[in-house]
Design a protein around this ligand. Structure first.
Ligand code: SF4
Ligand code: SF4
Length: 117
């Protein structure tokens, strides 16, 4: 599953720089699939929508940091544990029970995000 940030977030920003997939954004910040990854062109995301990887997307939260689930691999392929969970001072990075993914699927997502260039 991916990780989500709960409303307890204090906006300290410690998690964002630790993410190997650039999946974490500040509230109100536009995001893109291509930022911090090697994805280019039109791609299908988990919702089934086709989007331009380099286009700016609407922020998912306005007041607190958020994690783009299509970019979160639980750090699989990079680290042994989710780095955002490890550094968050208030433990508000938690497993998202509504977005369960197997280790295999997380590894495939990592390959999707970082294809060889
Ligand atoms: Fe990024 Fe890893 Fe946190 Fe997912 S678990 S948001 S990949 S730091
Ligand atoms: Fe919010 Fe935790 Fe990230 Fe700080 S480390 S911005 S409290 S989620």
């Amino acid at each position: 599953m991916s990780i989500k940030i709960t409303n307890e977030c204090i906006n300290c920003g410690a998690c964002a720089s630790e993410c190997p997939n650039h999946a974490i954004y500040e509230g109100s910040e536009e995001w893109s699939l291509s930022e911090g990854t090697n994805i280019k062109g039109i791609v299908k995301i988990s919702s089934g929508l086709l989007i331009d990887a380099e286009s700016s997307q609407t922020p998912e939260k306005r007041d607190i940091y958020f994690i783009v689930k299509d970019k979160c691999t639980e750090c699989v392929g990079f680290y042994n544990e989710p780095q955002c969970m490890a550094v968050c001072p208030v433990d508000c990075c938690v497993l998202d029970e509504e977005n369960v993914e197997s280790k295999k699927s997380l590894l495939e997502k990592k390959k999707f995000l970082h294809p060889p260039i």
